[in-house]
Design a protein around this ligand. Structure first.
Ligand code: SF4
Length: 477
C-alpha cells in the first residue's frame, strides 16, 4: 500500500503539549480547525450551544490522554505550541466552575464539559480516532463536522481530498520521494546525502533561514524537555503513582558539577566519566526525562508522536555529549532532516498511529528515525542509513500498545529508553555492515509493519482493553 503524499520534516516534528499526539494534540488541532471553518462560513457568531463526541480509541483512552482537556483548549482557540502550560489548569478550572467556555477567546457561551463532551465507545469506520463537533446556531439551524486524529498530531476529514491536495504539493518537491528505494535513487544519481535531498525539498516550501529557525525552535524544546525532566522530582499525575526516575538517575550521573542553563548543562555532562553503563544510563535518563515531562502535560516535540517523544532527543543528545563534543546546530539540523524523512516514509507506507498499528507505529518508528539520523551523522552511507532504520524497526515489529489506565506512562516512558538504545545499536550494526549484504530493505520492513498492524487485535491498539492495561489494575499501582 502506498499513499501518495508529500510530507515535510515539520509535519513529523511538531512542538506540542503532552501526553499524546493522537489523543491530545490531534483533538486540540481539530477543535481549532473546526472553529476556523465556522468562521470562514460566517457561522461562528451565531453559535449558542456546542457538543463534542469522542469515538473509539479517543473515547476509550481519552481520559488518561487528556483528550477532553485538549478539546476545551482548542475550542478556546489557544495555541498548542505557545500557550503557557502552567496556565492550563486555570483555564480548565474556569470552564468547569463557570460552566461557560470562551470560544476562540472571543465569545462566551454556556458549556457544561461534563455533559457536553460525550465519550462514545463506538468506532467510526474511517479511523479509530473520530471526533465530531456539533453546534446549534441562533437561527435554529445545526451544524456538525467530523475529524479524525490519525497519529502524530495529524488531523484529517476526507482522506481522499487531503491526498489530492498533497499530491499537488508533491509536484513542487525537486525530489518527490515515496519509498526508501526512491530516496536512495535520488541520493545516488545526484550524489547527495539523505539530509541534502530532504533540505532541497524543504527549500521548495520555505527559505533556509526559516527552516533553520524552526529547527532551532524544535531542538530548544527537545533540550528543554530533557533539562526539565532531569531536574523535576516527584510523582506523575493520573493516579498510577509513577515516581519520576530521570531526576534520581541524573543526580547520580552529574554529581556536583555546576551549571545554570541547558547549554552549560551539556558542557557539564561532557565532563562526566562515561563507560558502557553510564552511557546506557545517560541515554535512558534523557528519554525518561522527556516522557515524564510529556506525561505531566508538559511541552515536548511530537517525534513522530508524543508517546515516543523521548527517543529522538535522547539519541541526538547521546551524539552531542558522548560521540562528538564539538557537535553543534549543523549536526542537529542534519539529524532532524534525516529523522523527519524516515518518519515520513513510515507514514506514507504504513502508519504512525498506535490506534492503527500499536506501539510499533510509535516507538518502533521513532527508533527507526533516530537510528537512520544517527547513522548519517556518524558518516554512514545513505544505504547504511536506511539499513539502520530497517534494523531498528525490525526489532519492534508487533509491539503492542496497552497503556495502563489509558495513561501515557506504563509501559510508554520506559519504552522510549529502550527505543533510543536500540536505535544506537542499530546504527552501530549498520555502520559495520556492507549494505550490499542487507537482506531486508527498509521498504519491506515498512510493508511488514503495515501488514502486522492490520493483523493486530484491536485490544492492542491504544484501547487499554488488553495486555498490561488489563493485567495490572490502577489499584495495584
Ligand atoms: S504503549 Fe506505546 S503506542 Fe501506546 S501510548 Fe504508550 S508509547 Fe504510545
Amino acid at each position: 500500500m502506498r499513499k501518495i503524499e508529500s510530507i515535510s520534516v515539520f509535519d513529523m516534528l511538531k512542538i506540542g503539549v503532552g501526553p499524546s499526539s493522537s489523543h491530545t494534540l490531534g483533538p486540540w488541532r481539530a477543535a481549532l480547525r473546526w472553529i476556523d471553518k465556522l468562521k470562514a462560513k460566517n457561522k461562528f457568531d451565531s453559535i449558542t450551544d456546542i457538543t463534542v463526541e469522542l469515538y473509539g480509541s479517543l473515547s476509550l483512552t481519552g481520559k488518561g490522554h487528556a483528550t477532553d482537556i485538549a478539546v476545551l483548549l482548542g475550542l478556546e482557540g489557544l495555541d498548542p505550541q505557545r500557550f503557557p502550560i502552567e496556565d492550563i489548569p486555570k483555564v480548565i478550572e474556569r470552564i468547569e466552575t463557570t460552566k461557560k467556555i470562551q470560544l476562540n477567546s472571543e465569545t462566551e457561551i454556556d458549556f457544561d464539559s461534563k455533559s457536553a463532551i460525550v465519550f462514545n465507545k463506538k468506532f467510526k469506520e474511517f479511523h479509530p480516532n473520530g471526533i465530531t463537533f456539533r453546534a446549534k446556531l441562533n437561527t435554529g439551524k445545526r451544524t456538525s463536522e467530523t475529524y479524525y486524529s490519525i497519529g502524530g498530531g495529524f488531523v484529517v476529514q476526507e482522506e481522499r481530498l487531503r491526498s489530492k491536495a498533497k499530491q499537488e504539493k508533491l509536484k513542487e518537491f525537486p525530489f518527490p520521494v515515496q519509498s526508501g528505494k526512491e530516496l536512495l535513487a535520488f541520493c545516488n544519481t545526484e550524489n547527495l546525502k539523505i539530509s541534502e535531498v530532504v533540505m532541497a525539498n524543504e527549500q521548495s516550501l520555505a527559505s533556509e533561514e526559516e527552516i533553520d529557525f524552526k529547527l532551532k525552535q524544535i531542538w530548544e524544546v527537545m533540550l528543554d524537555s530533557m533539562y526539565t525532566g532531569c531536574h523535576t522530582e516527584g510523582t506523575l499525575p493520573g493516579g498510577l503513582n509513577v515516581r519520576r526516575r530521570a531526576f534520581d538517575t541524573h543526580k547520580t550521573l552529574i554529581g556536583d558539577r555546576q551549571y545554570t542553563t541547558p547549554e552549560e548543562w551539556i558542557t557539564a555532562i561532557r565532563s562526566t566519566e562515561v563507560k558502557f553503563r553510564q552511557i546506557l544510563k545517560w541515554v535512558s535518563c534523557f528519554a525518561l526525562a522527556v516522557n515524564e515531562v510529556n506525561a505531566s502535560l508538559g511541552r515536548v516535540v511530537t517525534a513522530p508522536t508524543n508517546g515516543s517523544a523521548g527517543v529522538i532527543p535522547a539519541v541526538m543528545m547521546y551524539y552531542m555529549v558522548i560521540e562528538n563534543h564539538d557537535a553543534n546546530f549543523n549536526d542537529v539540523k542534519q539529524f532532524m532532516l534525516v529523522a523527519g524523512e524516515i518518519g515520513s516514509l513510515f507514514k506514507k507506507g504504513a502508519t504512525i498511529s498506535a490506534a492503527m498499528g500499536g506501539c510499533q507505529a510509535e516507538i518502533g518508528v521513532s527508533s527507526a528515525m533516530a537510528a537512520g539520523a544517527l547513522t548519517e551523522l556518524m558518516g554512514g552511507t545513505p544505504e547504511q542509513v536506511l539499513m539502520a532504520s530497517e534494523i531498528a524497526m525490525e526489532h519492534h515489529l508487533g509491539l503492542t500498545c496497552d497503556p495502563i489506565g489509558g495513561l501515557v506512562q506504563i509501559p510508554c516512558i520506559e519504552r522510549n529508553a529502550m527505543g533510543a538504545i536500540k536505535a544506537i545499536n542499530a546504527c552501530e550494526m549498520a555502520l559495520d555492515t556492507d549494505s550490499r549484504n542487507a537482506k531486508v530493505p527498509l521498504d519491506k520492513v515498512i510493508e511488514t509493519m503495515w501488514q502486522t498492524a492490520k493483523d493486530m487485535n484491536s485490544k492492542y491498539k491504544e484501547t487499554s482493553e488488553g495486555g498490561l492495561a488489563v493485567n495490572v489494575a490502577l489499584s495495584d499501582c
